[in-house]
Design a protein around this ligand. Sequence first.
Ligand SMILES: [Zn+2]
Length: 173
Amino acid sequence: MALLEILTAPDPRLYGKAFPVQKVDSAIRKLMDDLLETLYENNAVGFASMQAGIQKRVLAIDLGERNNFFRKPLLMANPELHWVSLETQVTKEGCLSVPNVWLDVIRPLEAHVSYLDENNQRQHLKAKGLLADCIQHEIDHLNGILFIEHLSSLKREMIMRKLMKNKKNKGSL
Ligand SMILES: [Zn+2]
């Protein structure tokens, strides 16, 4: 396993679209392991390949103790949302690609998703609550969407200015 680079906004690579994988072979399994290791190392609950500049539709999620009904890492290739509920939830979200920003995001409370697991088997999952939120956040990454896109444009601009400033400060050290 290896730790992956983490891109932060406004890196243009975060705004592209990831390509489906042909099948989950040993190379994709290794990518899944790397995503998971990077997630654990950074105390995150989800990490998508696009955040490491890899344009493949692959992501890893582990909510650990915070998930009551799925107590193991979820590794997904080519995830597809088939249905989301009209009922919504508000979740305080953060993202490794948008460091030090935690904001309330409104998303559907439930989401049905299908995906290829680490053994190349098609799986269907009916997720609710935090897991549903996390799956939607990570699938957004594969479509080049950051969670701050769900906020008002004014709020988003404020955050982007802050991120640019942080990057500049880092560069000047
Ligand atoms: Zn994220």
